[in-house]
Design a protein around this ligand. Structure first.
Ligand SMILES: [Fe+2]
Ligand SMILES: [Fe+2]
Length: 199
């Protein structure tokens, strides 16, 4: 396994995304991932190849992933945990057959999380929340549901690519999983966050 090559590819991947004009919050997550990968690369170049906790963890919790709802934020943490567990396997380029249940578990957790978000939005719009929050919730609902449909489609596509990938391509798919989550939690859920901030 060529960890240095994987790390260089990861750094290039995040730099490419940064160049696509992402929000400041998404950029800060990518910059942290780049810094982590560069530090690991320097360690390897020094001949000090010990794997750090940070590399094992891959995607760390970031306050920008919180939307201000206890259960939904716990689900975001759970998605990170599932993704990190998969990243450990993907980074080692191990045969992924044994991890197929973990891939299914991620798809299931994502679907359940999206359904919860919509249920919470509906309850806010129909409940005793301040008018301002209800108005934001009502306008967010349709857009949010279609963003979820697209995100779930993308996740299914990433999982299918992992299931059919050559070993050398597996670490790249770990980056795709991380980006998938970051874009959901920061970009797509921004309107959900606005609803909770208005309450
Ligand atoms: Fe979410
Ligand atoms: Fe969402």
């Amino acid at each position: 396994m060529d960890r240095a090559k994987n790390l260089r590819e990861r750094i290039a991947y995040y730099r490419r995304h940064l160049g696509e004009g992402v929000s400041a919050e998404i950029a800060s997550v990518y910059l942290r991932e780049i810094a982590k990968a560069e530090a690991e690369l320097r360690r390897i170049e020094r001949g000090d190849e010990g794997t750090t906790d940070a590399m094992n963890r891959r995607l760390e919790w970031n306050d920008a992933f919180a939307i201000g709802h206890t259960l939904l934020d716990a689900q975001h943490r759970d998605l990170i945990r599932l993704i990190n567990r998969l990243c450990v396997a993907l980074d080692t380029k191990a045969d992924m057959t044994a991890k197929h249940p973990d891939l299914r578990a991620l798809l299931h957790a994502a679907k359940e999380h999206f359904e919860h978000e919509i249920a919470v939005l509906k309850a806010i719009v129909a409940g005793p929340a301040p008018d301002h929050a209800k108005a934001i919730g009502a306008s967010a609902m349709g857009e949010h549901a279609s963003a979820h449909d697209r995100a779930l489609g993308e996740l299914h596509a990433i999982v299918a690519r992992i299931e059919h990938a050559l070993a050398d391509d597996l670490p790249r798919h770990a980056d795709e999983l991380i980006t998938w989550f970051v874009v959901h939690a920061i970009k797509h859920d921004a309107n959900l966050k606005a609803v909770f901030q208005a309450m």
